[in-house]
Design a protein. Structure first.
Length: 229
């Protein structure tokens, strides 16, 4: 069969749309005739009655939690005295271990026939008590802000820094001197405690003063023509 030819657009008659309104019933009119609005209103009233009969919910205020931490289970903070004791213990044990290591290394460097371990442990125990006393007295802590009685509080930290600066310079230069001029017996006896004192005093200094003390020790090494042994 041949395909029916479409009508030419020129033959289509133009006319305006019908604006007279709908000729049949609308959806709103049909819903009103069937009573759908009345049924919906009745259903809404029933739901409102059920909602009024529901048990009331009591709102309990909840205290805000600070970052998820339970303050009731947190242990009480340590007192300043306890913090000072623990900090002193940490520093003392660290310096005692350093003294023990330097003692063994020095004896091994100078080719000792054999290391007498009871004497090494005895010297380490003596260093433990001495450094414990020094650190407890001189180490900066909030419970021990005064290092020189009678000095104003604003100068206490400066005085502590001066003490450690002088100690670091003297101990560093003296360690360089004995290792280059004294015999091995004197070095074996004096190098470990002097070396620990030098390390501790540098640690206690602020960075600019620590760098200055090391620079003085380096200058002393160069001026005296010593070598690092």
């Amino acid at each position: 069969m041949g395909r029916k030819r479409a009508e030419s657009p020129s033959n289509i008659k133009f006319q305006y749309p019908d604006r007279s309104g709908p000729k049949e019933k609308t959806l709103l009119e049909l819903a009103e005739e069937r009573g759908l609005f009345a049924q919906a209103q009745k259903k809404q009233e029933e739901n409102d009655k059920k909602a009024n009969k529901a048990p009331k919910i009591t709102k309990i205020p909840i205290k805000p939690n600070d970052g998820g931490h339970d303050h009731d289970n947190e242990p009480p903070p340590l007192s300043p005295g306890a913090e000072r004791f623990l900090e002193t213990t940490l520093y003392t044990i660290s310096l005692t271990m350093l003294h023990f290591t330097l003692d063994v290394l020095v004896q091994n460097q100078y080719s000792a026939d054999r290391i007498v371990w009871p004497k090494v442990w005895m010297r380490a125990l003596q260093a433990l008590f001495v450094f414990g006393l020094l650190i407890y007295t001189l180490h900066a802590h909030s419970s021990n802000p005064t290092i020189l009685p009678g000095l104003p509080a604003r100068f206490q930290n400066h005085a502590r820094q001066v003490i450690f600066l002088v100690t670091s310079v003297c101990s560093g230069c003296y360690l360089i001197h004995i290792t280059n001029t004294y015999g091995y017996l004197a070095v074996m006896k004096q190098a470990p405690p002097v070396g620990c004192l030098w390390v501790w005093s540098v640690v206690e200094l602020q960075l600019p003063w620590a760098v200055l003390s090391l620079a003085v020790a380096g200058a002393y090494l160069k001026v005296r023509g010593y070598d690092i042994k």
